[in-house]
Design a protein around this ligand. Structure first.
Ligand SMILES: Nc1nc2c(c(=O)[nH]1)N[C@H]1C(S)=C(S)[C@@H](COP(=O)(O)OP(=O)(O)OC[C@H]3O[C@@H](n4cnc5c(N)ncnc54)[C@H](O)[C@@H]3O)O[C@H]1N2
Ligand code: MOO
Length: 418
């Protein structure tokens, strides 16, 4: 029997895995350096994007003294003679004489000269039609600048724009916002064995990632055009290079699935070499999913794009998504590194030696506890479809019941996983 010496010519094959938390900060930093361009968009089109500048209020909030009740704006001592009306939406005539009042609506500007506003239900009319009543000690109007002073910073750059932020910006007087546009992502699915329709069998499995990964990417704030989801790409190096080139032409981030190892038909690493890509992270000390990678490609136009190599095992691909793609996208959007929520482990979870273990858990939001789910093999998706995220068991440790651990959330929407 002869012993063959295998010469590893591909340096990626001998890469040493990067520690999980370090890998996350490295990809976040790489994303920030290549942050998406700033665009100015109408306010109503900014939901889901990211503030490129701090949100400062353009006026005092409120911008004028504003009645908080329906009633009477009064001057001097009662009873008050009615001299007019102040409705919301205009500048009222000033009250110039003591003993006078104007009827006022909630939200109307309080006339100059008023000392107070009396609630309508706490007022009475005298026989001669005048108004009387006792003012409450606390003012019944909102003073200019009570909520914020003109020029005050309300939210920092990097804040995700959500409906709460859109509403606040509108109330401050914004018509447009300067935001970072959503990163555009593409997906290339590698693997000749994959079926895109019908039932698995006879050595062929269904492509579980082509339909799922674009949906996860959209939940992270990417745009994914259906024409940018391609696969299976033929298992040849030239097909991989061609598909990657075409996708990189259009997208800021190209995710690939499968082919991250160094098997006979794993072409991702050689394709990256051919494209002149440089690794930001090449393999991560995490289980499952360690062959994940992130590479940077600088185009002829000088624009930086990224390739995220998600391992082929379906759960491992999602581990790579939450581990590397989420912080990369945060960086590209100009957002801070995502802060991981914590939960208390309800059951033990084994450690994975020198590797971080990401273990699928269901989080009980009322108790703040994390419960391991079943069916969590890296080739399985049954556990993931019932989980909220992954408990982080750091290298060299075991997860003990009662222990507080970080949880990397799946980007689920409100109401999912009820
Ligand atoms: N000699 C070794 N072999 C493998 C190792 C190892 O350490 N030494 N690690 C295993 C681990 S861990 C993983 S993860 C996989 C990663 O491999 P690839 O990224 O190269 O993925 P493939 O080989 O293409 O596929 C792996 C597996 O996943 C299935 N697959 C692929 N794509 C899809 C998809 N879109 N939908 C559903 N299933 C998919 C594929 O059929 C394979 O069963 O490498 C191990 N090997
Ligand atoms: O790391 Mo693999 O991703 O365990 O299945």
């Amino acid at each position: 029997m002869s012993v063959e010496t295998v010469v590893v010519t591909d340096p990626a094959a001998v890469a040493s895995p990067t520690e999980w938390a370090l890998a996350r900060s490295q990809v976040h930093a790489a994303g920030r350096e290549a942050a998406a361009p700033v665009v100015e968009l109408p306010l109503a089109d900014t939901d889901g994007l990211t503030l490129a500048e701090p949100l400062t209020t353009l006026t005092d909030l409120p911008a004028f003294p504003c009645s908080s009740v329906d009633g009477w704006a009064v001057r001097g001592a009662p009873p008050w003679r009615v001299v007019g009306r102040a409705l919301a939406g205009s500048v009222p005539v000033p009250l110039t004489e003591d003993g006078t009042t104007v009827e006022i609506a909630t939200g109307a500007m309080v006339p100059v000269g008023a000392d107070g506003v009396l609630r309508v239900e706490e007022s009475t009319r005298t026989g001669d039609g005048r108004i009387t009543g006792v003012l409450r000690p606390a003012p019944e109007w909102r003073a200019p600048g009570e909520e914020a002073r003109a020029g005050e910073q309300l939210l920092p750059a990097g804040t995700p724009v959500d409906p709460g932020v859109v509403g606040l910006a509108a109330s401050c007087g914004y018509d447009v916002l300067r935001v970072r546009r959503a990163p555009r992502a593409a997906l290339l699915v590698f693997g000749d064995e994959l079926l895109t329709t019908g039932r698995p069998g006879d050595g062929r499995v269904r492509d579980a990632l082509g339909p799922a990964v674009p949906a996860w990417l959209r939940r992270y704030g990417c745009t994914v055009d259906p024409s940018d989801v391609i696969g299976p790409v033929a298992d040849t190096l030239s097909a991989h290079v061609t598909a990657l080139r075409a996708a990189l032409d259009r997208a800021d981030l190209v995710c690939t699935t499968g082919g991250t190892m160094h098997g006979p038909v794993d072409h991702l690493h050689p394709a990256l070499t051919e494209l002149g890509a440089e690794y930001v992270v090449n393999t991560v000390a995490v289980r499952p999913g360690f062959p994940m990678l992130l590479a940077r490609v600088v185009g002829a136009d000088g624009r930086v794009r990224f390739v995220a190599g998600l391992p082929g095992n379906p759960q491992s691909a999602i581990v790579a998504l939450v581990s590397l793609v989420a912080p990369l996208l945060a960086g590209l959007q100009g957002r801070p590194m995502p802060v991981l929520p914590q939960a208390t482990l309800a059951e033990p979870i084994r450690g994975r030696g020198n590797y971080t273990h990401l273990a699928l858990v269901r989080v009980d939001p009322a108790q703040g506890t994390a419960h391991p789910v079943r069916h969590v093999g890296s080739a399985m998706l049954r556990g993931l479809a019932q989980a909220d995220g992954f408990a982080v068991i750091p290298p060299g440790t075991q997860g003990e019941p009662g222990e507080r651990v970080s949880v990397v959330p799946l980007p689920l929407l409100f109401g999912e996983r009820l």
